[in-house]
Every structure is written in structure tokens, then in C-alpha cells.
Design a binder for this molecule. Structure first.
Ligand code: NI
Length: 131
């Protein structure tokens, strides 16, 4: 059983500047200004409130990894990211327990280059695992 710590909630938004303003109006503060992830073709901004961290993810082009999700879900939370205590072991444990990798571990520019992998569960949807 891995020890996973919740790192952030990923929130899909179409217009990131307007979304930031809406979260600021709710009392969030900006933890990290918008960063462009050229691997995934998304713009990412981190906000925090009450100990919760929200990651705004906005598609930057038609071939963005979230372009399809954006069409399907519009603006909404769509993943919870878990920080691994032992990435390789935790990743193996998850894939042995119903989570199917939808990409491979890849550096995330918005997280200082730390590796992340996305997995899908048929019963709870998308999660992200952070090394
Ligand atoms: Ni995320």
C-alpha cells in the first residue's frame, strides 16, 4: 500500500486569465504564475487556498493533450495529483490495482521538471502521480 500525498487538484479551464480572476475573487492566491508546458501544449498556473492547491490547466493549441478533454468537459476539475513516496514502487502498485497509464513518466516544466505520469481508473477517472 503506497503512501500518497495529495499535491493538487487539476482544473481544466478554457480562458486561464479570466479563470485566475475568478479564483482570486474566491480568495485564492497565486502560488505560481502561468507557465507554458511545451511538452503537453498547455498553460499552467497554481493557486492556493486553505491548504488546497489548484492547478489551472488550459489548452494552448488544438494538439494540446487536453484539447479533447476540454471539448468533452468544458471548465471543471478533472484530476487529483498524488505525490509518491516511492515513485517506481507506487507506480507499479497502481498499475497492478486497476489504474492504466495514459502516458509515460515525463518531466513537468510547471513542477520544476519533476516527472509525472497520468493514469486512468475505470471507476474514478484520471489521476496524476508525481515523482
Ligand atoms: Ni496536475
Amino acid at each position: 500500500m503506497p503512501t500518497l500525498t495529495i499535491h493538487h487538484i487539476g482544473y481544466l479551464v478554457k480562458k486561464i486569465d479570466k479563470a485566475v480572476q475568478a479564483f482570486l475573487a474566491l480568495g485564492y492566491r497565486i502560488e505560481q504564475d502561468a507557465v507554458y508546458d511545451d511538452i503537453r501544449k498547455v498553460t499552467i498556473c497554481f493557486l492556493v487556498k486553505d491548504g488546497y492547491r489548484v492547478e489551472l490547466v488550459s489548452p494552448a493549441s488544438e494538439d494540446s493533450v487536453v484539447a479533447g478533454l476540454m471539448k468533452k468537459y468544458k471548465n471543471c476539475p478533472y484530476h487529483i495529483c498524488y505525490e509518491a513516496s516511492d515513485f517506481d514502487a507506487d507506480y507499479a502498485w497502481l498499475t497492478a490495482n486497476g489504474f492504466i497509464a495514459i502516458d509515460s513518466p515525463t518531466p513537468a516544466p510547471a513542477l520544476g521538471g519533476r516527472e509525472v505520469v497520468f493514469l486512468n481508473s475505470a471507476v474514478i477517472g484520471i489521476i496524476e502521480l508525481l515523482r
